[in-house]
Design a protein around this ligand. Structure first.
Ligand SMILES: [Zn+2]
Ligand SMILES: [Zn+2]
Length: 182
């Protein structure tokens, strides 16, 4: 969708002509069309007038809650950093997401954006899943690997040694003899 919109926008600005009247739903003769032609900016200009270039290129227009910029092309909104990357560097490979290596969500500097798989982005990010996935040991220091690692549904992990200890403690409390059932 973005690709198509970009292509359309670029073609129109290259040809220096406005959208056909029937597409805009506007009318008003040659004079208005000429006015609109003069006003018409390229997608590139329209995008980068919203950017304040420091080391990070800061998006100054609409942002979503998490801080990512939003940019409209026609009636569609896109993530500003993705538009920037596509304008300056090219297509984002299928199945890849752009990671902000500068950790600044409002930055649209393509040099700070690296295409990575979703999984890597989660691992690098500061999400709940990422913090957990990056832990190599349980809170009591047993390793999260080999036989000691219990994988749960939905990607959670549990320490076998701690689970065993918890079961023993529980059965001792009840005065029962504990046996492993698995
Ligand atoms: Zn940046
Ligand atoms: Zn443990």
């Amino acid at each position: 969708m973005l690709k198509n919109s970009l292509a359309l926008e670029e073609r129109l600005s290259r040809e220096k002509r406005p959208l056909p009247v029937e597409e805009t739903g506007l009318s008003g003769g040659v004079r208005n069309i000429k006015k609109r032609m003069r006003r018409r900016k390229s997608l590139h200009d329209r995008f980068f007038e919203k950017v304040k270039k420091e080391n990070c290129w800061l998006w100054t227009a609409k942002k979503e809650k998490a801080g990512y910029g939003r940019f409209s092309i026609r009636d569609h909104e896109f993530a500003a950093h993705r538009v920037s990357y596509q304008l300056l560097k090219g297509d984002i490979p299928d199945g890849f997401t752009l990671d902000h290596t500068c950790k600044n969500p409002s930055c649209v500097n393509p040099d700070h954006l690296e295409p990575v798989t979703m999984q890597i982005n989660l691992l690098r990010g500061n999400t709940f899943q990422a913090r957990n996935a990056s832990k190599t040991h349980c809170p009591r220091g047993h390793p999260y690997n080999g036989d000691n690692l219990l994988k749960q549904k939905y990607g959670g992990r549990e320490c076998r040694a701690c689970r065993l200890a918890a079961r023993i403690a529980k059965s001792q409390k009840r005065g029962q003899e504990w046996t492993e059932t698995e």
